[in-house]
Design a protein around this ligand. Structure first.
Ligand code: TXD
Length: 314
């Protein structure tokens, strides 16, 4: 039986931290790719030297090219520019689209059967770039954002109620950005819906704070953006696929009629297993929740429509 092989493109904050989590979680061998000479090599070597102490036997290599990535099962795409204070996710679109198209088309030439986990922002639009650049079916192009957004909401609820975040489930739909749609009705603490546990104004405050996404962290850090929680989100998705666990996790999926939406990437709950995105978990929404999801999807579609038509043809 072959050990899974995972390529992480971008050896920056999110990529390197994800590589560490994936290796320490015993998910497979890791290839770390970056344009900056020495950085992926140095970080991979550092992680290899941690292995005897943290007890994993995954191999990590760093490289500036794609030869060593050949035959990867999963490609985690984190390369790009990070959001700076005052910069919206949409400002990043054009710069990161070119990077994503280039990296993805080069990576998939070496790993035709891989599953792409997109991380680069603006997330849902970059998923579309990766879909076009790879030519992969929707089962194998999945965006990481919902796990992170839901984790943030779970953390805020846990802090508010003084309970373990493990007992909190949160549902967040929609695009990764200002138009995300936290759904308190389907957010539960040990099975009890949030509206039964907190007054509306506290829930609103949590929803608002969740919808700010990583903005709060960007303000605090001043340079760079969040990476521990994003890397944890990558780990959770990759783990469900590599171990074929079929967990239902919120992720950005190219919808084909589900929730009344078509040909657009947007965050929805989906089953992740060995074949990638194995099905969208459709749930009933109120008219208002559905309208907000559709508005969020419209935002993504408008941004995707601005992408150059010939972008990333492999
Ligand atoms: O929820 C989510 N999806 C996100 C997304 C949560 C957090 C961060 N999110 C986005 O991920 C963020 O807005 C960025 O677009 C990416 C990566 O964030 P990170 O914080 O890791 O950025 P860094 O530290 O700047 O790392 C980016 C690396 C850096 O080392 C560059 O040299 C490299 O990307 N890079 C490239 N590598 C390979 N090939 C090319 N062309 C390339 N261009 C840049």
């Amino acid at each position: 039986m072959r050990k899974p092989k995972i390529t992480v493109i971008g050896a920056g904050n999110v990529g390197a931290t994800a590589a560490q989590r994936l290796a320490e979680g015993h998910l497979g061998d890791i290839v770390l790719v970056d344009v900056v000479d020495g950085v992926p090599q140095g970080k991979a070597l550092d992680l290899v030297q941690a292995a005897p102490v943290v007890h994993h036997d995954g191999m990590l290599v760093g490289t500036n090219g794609y030869d060593a990535t050949a035959g990867s099962d999963v490609i985690v795409m984190t390369a790009g520019l990070a959001r700076k204070p005052g910069m919206s996710r949409d400002d990043l679109r054009d710069a990161n689209a070119a990077i994503v198209a280039d990296c993805v088309s080069r990576a998939v030439r070496k790993s035709r059967d891989s599953i792409i986990v997109m991380v680069t922002n603006p997330l849902d639009v970059m998923c579309e770039v990766a879909r076009r650049a790879s030519g992969f079916p929707r089962e194998r192009v999945i965006g990481m954002a919902g796990v992170l957004d839901a984790a943030r909401m779970r953390a805020f609820i846990a802090m508010e109620l003084g309970v373990s975040s493990e007992s909190v489930f949160a549902l967040v739909l929609g695009g990764h950005g200002d138009s995300m749609v936290p759904v308190p009705r389907y957010t539960t603490v040990s099975g009890v819906p949030l509206p039964e546990l907190l007054p509306a104004e506290r829930i609103d405050a949590i929803v608002q704070r969740t919808a700010k996404g990583g903005g709060e962290i960007v303000q605090l850090l001043k340079t760079g953006s969040a990476y521990y929680a994003p890397a944890a989100g990558v780990y959770e998705m990759v783990e469900s696929m590599v171990r074929d666990r079929k967990r239902i996790l919120p992720c950005s999926v190219y919808l084909q009629g589900e929730f009344g939406l078509k040909d657009v990437f947007v965050g929805v709950p989906a089953r992740l297993g060995a074949n990638g995105m194995e099905g969208v978990f459709e749930l009933k929404l109120t008219a208002e929740e559905r309208a907000r999801l559709h508005a969020s999807a419209r935002d993504v579609a408008e941004q995707a429509a601005k992408l150059p038509a010939d972008l990333g043809k492999a």
